[in-house]
Design a binder for this molecule. Structure first.
Ligand code: SF4
Length: 119
C-alpha cells in the first residue's frame, strides 16, 4: 500500500497484506474504495472501526468480487483471497473486509458502491 492517509487508518490496522515500511505505489481497490467513500463524505472516518475488527466474510461476496476485486491491480498476482486455484483459508484485504462489515451492518448499500465505479 502506498504511504497515504488511508494506509494509516485502514491498511495498517486491518489488512493482512500490509507491510510496514514498504513504499508501494499501488493501492488495492478495496482500500481505494473505502478512501473514496470517506473522501466524498459518505463514510465518516470517525465512525470507522478502529483496532482489530471481526473478520466478517466466511466466503466471497459476489458483488464485491465483481465490483471491487474485478478492478484491483493486485488481484492477478498478489492476492491470495482471489487466487486461482483458490487458496484455502486465505483472507481478503482490509478494504474488502471493512466493506463487508459496513454492508452487513447496513451502513453502506450496493447503491453506495455503484457511486464509486470511477475510482
Ligand atoms: S481482496 Fe484482493 S483483489 Fe480484492 S480488493 Fe482486496 S487485494 Fe484486491
Amino acid at each position: 500500500m502506498p504511504s497515504s492517509d488511508f494506509a494509516d487508518y485502514l491498511c495498517r490496522e486491518h489488512c493482512p497484506y500490509y507491510r510496514i515500511g514498504t513504499a508501494e505505489t499501488l493501492a488495492c481497490q478495496g482500500a481505494l474504495t473505502v478512501a473514496a467513500l470517506v473522501g466524498r463524505g459518505r463514510l465518516p472516518r470517525a465512525g470507522l472501526p478502529e483496532g482489530t475488527f471481526p473478520i466478517p466474510p466466511t466466503g466471497h461476496m459476489s458483488g464485491l468480487d465483481e465490483r471491487i476485486c474485478g478492478r484491483c491491480e493486485f488481484r492477478a498476482a498478489d492476492c491470495d483471497f482471489q487466487a486461482h486455484p483458490p487458496i484455502p483459508d486465505s483472507l481478503p484485504c482490509g478494504g474488502y473486509r471493512l466493506l463487508v462489515l459496513l454492508l452487513q451492518s447496513r451502513r453502506l448499500t450496493d447503491a453506495d458502491l455503484a457511486t464509486i465505479d470511477d475510482v
